[in-house]
Design a binder for this molecule. Structure first.
Ligand code: GLN
Length: 494
């Protein structure tokens, strides 16, 4: 008996597809039905059901004819609406791109297509990936399928890849692409009780992903298991001549790293992450994770990463500076929405004032400020120098240890009401544990370990050396096996 199709992991589904016990059309239809029933979550901006069914039919035919098939043949997934998809609207959850239909496909989504995946649609995100809740989306907030203590859908899914995380957690797709600039894969994964990895900077091509901060943006998979992330990342990664920052190194079969054995591995626990921002409930789950690794024969080593406390301010200076430059291209001449004015300058002004939400405008202003002649040295250059020190912290740490275990976010999912009343800068504090590894460019995977007393999932992140995703997967897989996190959101369809 096949268990509920929308509960399967990708690797389980591949097995059943292989044995011809299920078809891709059945699998795809099951997810489309779930999507229809779950519109209350507002996970999708643009569902593409007809295209999905058509691709699934072709996929089934291909499989039956004995033709060569992709390694993820027939698997229905969702794409964050930051990835350009040829002929399909790509909005970056913004008004300014709300009618943008790209004439090209991003490298990562093309590779996933080539691997045989079926796209169910485009999922919500914070506008231009700026935020940690999806509350900055022009298309409205996504709801976390995990309810609050009173059973209400009052919680944010995290962000910016909150649509991806909610969709994966609620069974509205089997896996999804996310992107992570300062935590946007790992924080929503933690808030929704799923798994996601931000690979090494340069592992995946950024071609065709709407740019936020180019020296930090990385693509990555979000799914319901470590193995599923390994399967997806293998297809997403690799050299691309269209992106000069992608590394020309071989992509391993990451699933081979899931040996179940981490005896003798040294795992670093960074002292500085036990900060005042860390919720005691999350700290307790972190301790549990440490105990799991010890149990499995790893050696736990306390380490120091002295520049951790500078990561947040450095990140917000660099990310905003790069955003202000990247977003200059949306001028009402190229791309879509234009608001006319009497002069060219007035047209620019009107278009950008109308087309960008308040958070995006705030960041463009901040970024322009830190890059301006009088302040460039004091802010931008200094931030770049401190970024190097943060990077060095990781290089030093990895002389002593094979991987680092840390919380993914300082709290469990927050409620809309809580977040609505927070000052923007206070919401930035949620990125305290994810921004250091983003600035250093090292790979980091978040996975669910347990529930806090409020019944909400808590994720931890495993951080590794540059291009050593294998160790990250290996350690995360052992944690997953020990934690046995099989809780599902207490989600009833509305
Ligand atoms: N929350 C962080 C921010 O607002 C990270 C966003 C991201 O990784 N895209 O910038």
């Amino acid at each position: 008996m096949v268990s509920k199709l929308t509960d399967l992991t990708i690797s389980e589904a591949l097995d059943l597809l292989d044995k011809k016990e299920i078809s891709s059309v059945e699998l795809t239809q099951a997810h489309l039905t779930e999507m229809e029933r779950s519109t209350v979550l507002n996970a999708y901006i643009t569902p593409t059901p007809e295209l999905a069914l058509k691709t699934a039919e072709e996929s089934d035919k291909k499989r039956l004819s004995g033709e060569k098939i992709g390694r993820l043949e027939g698997i229905p997934i969702a794409n964050k609406d930051l990835y350009c998809t040829q002929g399909i609207r790509t909005t970056a959850a913004s008004k300014i791109l709300s009618e943008f239909v790209p004439p090209y496909e991003s490298t990562v989504t093309q590779q996933l297509k080539d691997a045989g995946t079926i796209m169910l649609g485009k999922v919500n995100t914070d506008q231009f990936a700026m935020g940690g809740s999806t509350m900055t989306s022009y298309f409205g907030v996504t709801k976390n399928p995990w309810t609050d203590e009173n059973g209400h859908y009052n919680l944010v899914p995290g962000g910016s890849s909150g649509g991806s995380a909610a969709a994966v957690a609620a069974g509205l797709c089997m896996g999804a692409t996310g992107s992570d600039t300062g935590g946007s894969i790992r924080q929503p994964a933690s808030f929704c009780g799923i798994t996601g990895i931000k690979p090494t900077y340069g592992r995946c091509s950024r071609y065709g992903i709407v740019a936020f901060a180019s020296s930090l943006d990385q693509a990555g998979p979000m799914a319901r298991s470590v193995k599923d992330c390994a399967l997806m990342l293998r297809e997403m990664a690799g050299f691309d001549e269209k992106d000069s920052t992608v590394a020309d190194i071989a992509v391993p079969d990451f699933t081979q790293a899931l040996t179940g054995d981490i005896r003798g591995k040294k795992i670093g626990i960074p002292r500085e992450y036990r900060s005042k921002d860390l919720n005691p409930q999350v700290a307790a789950v972190w301790d549990k994770g440490i105990a799991f690794l010890k149990n499995a024969g790893a050696e736990i080593v306390e380490i120091s990463m002295p520049h951790t406390k500078y990561a947040l301010p450095v990140y917000y200076i660099i990310a905003c500076a790069e955003a202000s430059s990247n977003l200059a291209r949306y001028d009402g001449v190229r791309y879509t929405t234009r608001v006319n004015g009497k002069t060219l300058n007035e047209m620019y002004e009107n278009t950008r004032t109308d087309g960008f939400g308040p958070e995006v405008i705030r960041r463009i202003l901040l970024g322009t400020f830190v890059l301006s002649a009088g302040f460039y040295d004091a802010y931008y250059i200094r931030a770049q120098r401190v970024r190097r020190l943060i990077y060095n912290d990781f290089i030093e740490a990895f002389k002593q240890v094979d991987a680092i275990l840390a919380p993914a976010a300082p709290t469990t999912a927050l409620s809309y009401d809580e977040m609505k009343n927070m000052k923007p800068v206070d919401t930035y504090l949620g990125d305290v544990f994810t921004t250091p590894s983003s600035l250093a460019g090292v790979p980091a995977l978040a996975l669910p370990i347990g529930l806090a007393d409020n019944g909400l999932p808590v994720g931890l992140q495993v951080i590794g050396k540059h291009f050593d995703e294998n160790t990250v997967f290996q350690v995360a897989h052992v944690l997953e096996t020990q934690a046995q996190f099989d809780k599902k959101p207490h989600y009833v369809k509305g």
